[in-house]
Design a protein around this ligand. Structure first.
Ligand code: GDP
Ligand code: MN
Length: 388
C-alpha cells in the first residue's frame, strides 16, 4: 500500500524529519490561497500522483506565488504523465503547495532510502551523494548500503559515519544522521516497506530538509495500523476493485478481452492467462478467490467479474487445495440463481472435492459447460465468448 507525498510528509513531521512548509490544495483557488499564506518569494506546486519522475513530467513547478493558481490548474486539467505512468496521464486531484527552497542543484541533493532486504532479513539504508535523479540511473558503486537491526534501530554513530562516507562535513553529517535515525524509526514502527527521500537537501552549514517523500507500507501489517490503512487514496480504483478489496479478494481488470476468469492462486491466474492466449482468446479480468473463500464470497466474486461489461463468458478454473471445489460449486450455483445468469459458464474443477463439486453442478440444472482440463476449458471459453 502506498500513499501520496503530502501524506508521507505528515509522517515525517511526526518523526521530526524536517520538511518545507506546505499546504494541500484541491482547486486552483485553494492553491492561490495556500501560496499566499506561505508568505514566500517562490512556491513549489507539486501534483499528488503516485508516480516518480513528476519533475520531468511537468508535475513540479517552482513559481512566484501569484502563478501558483495557473500552475495548479494546468495539472488538474491534463493530469500528469511520467516515465512511470505507463504512457497515460494520471488524474491529479490534489496539489501540494510548498515554500520554495533554495539549494545548490546537485551539490546539496542527496538520496536516502530504507527498504527491506529480504535475503539479509533486515532493513537496509541506501544513501548516495547523487541525489535528485532517478536512483536507477545512479551507478551501484555510488550507493552506500547499511543494514540495521529492527530491535535497535539505526545507531546515531553509524548514521553519522554513513554521512561522512558520503563526503559530508561533520556538521552536515550530524544533520544527515538525525534524518537517517528518524527514518529508521518510522520504517520499523509504521511497518513501512519503502521509505524514500529524493532529494534530501543537506547543506554544509548543517541543515537537512526532505524535499520529496515516498512511503510504502506492508499490506500484511496494516491490521496493526488502522489509521494508516485509511489513508489510501482509492480514487483511481474501479468500484469493482474496491468491492474486491473489501472482500479481501485479488481482482485484476484488464483493458481488453472478453473472458472473465475466476481462479485460485496467482500462479494459476498466470497459467490460465497463458493458456487462453495460446488458444487464441483474451481474458477480460482475473479474480483470485485465494485459499479459504466461503460460498458467499464466491457468489460475490462472480458478481464482481460480471460487473465488467466486456465479459462474454466466465471461465472458472479451480485447483482445489485448501479451497474446496464443492464450496466453489455451491457459490457458483447460488450466484447463477441469484443473478439469473445468462452468460455461459465454463468450469474446470480439479483437486480437493472435485467430484463433489461436479455433482453439485450437475444437479443444479444450470447449463454449464464442463471442461476436463485447463486447455479444454480455455478452448471452450474462447468458443463460448466468440458465440455469445
Ligand atoms: P519527483 O520528480 O516526482 O521525484 O519530485 P520531487 O519532489 O523530487 O521534485 C523534482 C525536482 O524538483 C527536485 O529534484 C528538485 O530539483 C526540484 N524541486 C522540488 N522542490 C524544490 C524547491 O523547493 N526548490 C527548488 N529549487 N527545486 C525544487
Ligand atoms: Mn523525487
Amino acid at each position: 500500500m502506498n500513499i501520496h507525498e503530502y501524506q508521507a510528509k505528515e509522517f515525517f513531521k511526526r518523526y521530526r524529519i524536517p520538511i518545507p512548509n506546505g499546504i494541500v490544495a484541491g482547486t486552483p483557488e485553494e492553491a492561490a490561497d495556500a501560496a499566499f499564506k506561505l508568505e514566500t518569494q517562490r512556491v513549489v506546486v507539486k501534483a499528488q500522483v503516485k508516480a516518480g519522475g513528476r519533475g520531468k513530467g511537468g508535475g513540479v513547478k517552482v513559481v512566484p506565488p501569484k502563478e501558483a493558481s495557473a500552475a495548479a490548474a494546468a495539472m488538474f486539467e491534463s493530469g500528469i504523465k511520467t516515465h512511470q505512468t505507463g504512457g497515460k496521464a494520471l488524474p491529479v486531484r490534489q496539489v501540494l503547495v510548498e515554500e520554495g527552497v533554495e539549494f545548490e542543484s546537485g551539490a546539496d541533493e542527496y538520496y536516502l532510502a530504507i527498504i527491506l532486504d529480504r535475503s539479509a532479513e533486515k532493513p537496509v539504508v541506501m544513501a548516495s551523494a547523487e541525489g535528485g535523479m532517478d536512483i536507477e540511473a545512479v551507478p551501484e558503486e555510488k550507493i552506500l548500503k547499511m543494514h540495521f537491526d529492527v530491535s535497535t534501530g539505526v545507531w546515531a554513530f553509524e548514521a553519522r559515519n554513513l554521512g561522512l562516507e558520503l563526503g559530508l562535513a561533520p556538521r552536515a553529517a550530524g544533520a544527515f544522521a538525525r534524518v537517517v535515525v528518524a527514518l529508521g524509526k518510522l520504517f520499523v514502527e509504521e511497518d513501512a516497506s519503502l521509505a524514500e527521500i529524493n532529494p534530501l537537501i543537506v547543506k554544509p552549514e548543517g541543515t537537512a530538509l526532505a524535499i520529496d517523500a515516498k512511503l510504502n507500507f506492508d499490506d500484511s501489517a496494516m491490521f496493526r495500523h488502522k489509521k494508516t490503512a485509511l489513508l489510501e487514496d482509492l480514487g483511481d480504483m474501479l468500484d469493482s476493485e474496491k468491492k474486491a478489496r473489501e472482500l479481501d479478494l485479488a481482482y485484476i481488470p484488464l483493458d481488453e478481452g472478453n473472458i472473465g476468469c475466476i481462479v485460485n492462486g496467482a500462479g494459476l491466474a498466470m497459467a490460465t492467462m497463458d493458456v487462453i492466449q495460446a488458444v487464441g482468446g483474451a481474458p477480460a479480468n482475473f479474480l483470485d478467490v485465494g485459499g479459504g473463500a466461503s460460498k458467499e464470497k464466491v457468489t460475490e466474486a462472480i458478481k464482481i467479474v460480471l460487473s465488467d461489461s466486456k465479459v462474454k463468458t466466465i471461465f472458472i478454473n479451480i485447483f482445489g487445495g485448501i479451497m474446496r471445489c464443492d464450496v466453489i460449486a455451491e457459490g457458483m450455483v447460488a450466484a447463477a440463481q441469484e443473478l439469473g445468469l445468462k452468460l455461459p459458464l465454463v468450469v474446470r474443477l480439479a483437486g480437493n472435492k472435485a467430484a463433489e463439486g461436479k455433482e453439485i453442478l450437475n444437479k443444479s440444472g444450470l447449463s454449464l459447460i464442463t471442461a476436463n482440463d485447463m486447455r479444454d476449458g480455455a478452448e471452450k471459453a474462447v468458443k463460448a465468448a466468440a458465440e455469445a
